[in-house]
Design a protein. Structure first.
Length: 167
């Protein structure tokens, strides 16, 4: 699998996990990427909490601008895009349920590895199916620009969330 595709999959998984993890955190008690509690956040940090709705709106605006989608193209494209994201999130949730605890025996490890491979293949099938649907509503060159814009947006968001060095 090319590195770019793997990066897209990993970024999508991270974004999905971040979105799914947010509602479960108790009010005022949030875990950062380091796993430490951030209960006593200063006022400014509390205002900067992750909003899935804002993230989605920013993503759509960024893609629309970078891929030069017309309002008509965007109106056709984004409902299909959201449908794809929903299907991908369902697979990411199943992946997450596999857990991070190593099975006790070789057979268990092999079973988890094979299941992870199946989920990765399912994600690629979803992606391929939806790429074909996208091509029915926008041109190939615009879809190419959409995919690149999506990658850049996720990289920029991850860069903004990374812990500062020296803290």
């Amino acid at each position: 699998m090319p590195m770019r595709k793997l990066t897209v999959i990993l970024l999508n998984m991270v974004m999905t996990l971040v979105v799914m993890a947010q509602p479960h955190a108790p009010q005022g008690q949030r875990q950062g990427f380091s796993g430490r509690q951030q209960g006593g956040m200063p006022q400014m940090q509390q205002q900067m909490k992750f909003s899935p709705e804002k993230f989605q709106a920013d993503l759509e605006q960024y893609i629309t601008k970078k891929a030069c989608l017309t309002p008509q193209e965007a109106a056709k494209f984004f409902p299909i895009y959201k449908e794809m994201q929903s299907k991908q999130r369902a697979v990411y949730e199943r992946q997450r349920q596999l857990g991070w605890v190593k099975p006790a025996d070789e057979k268990g490890c092999e079973k988890v590895i094979r299941q992870r491979d199946e989920y990765d293949l399912e994600l690629k099938r979803i992606q391929q199916t939806y790429h074909n649907k996208f091509l029915s509503v926008i041109s190939a060159s615009k879809l190419y620009d959409v995919l690149n814009a999506e990658d850049r947006f996720h990289r920029q968001m991850l860069r903004g969330w990374s812990p500062k060095r020296g803290n």
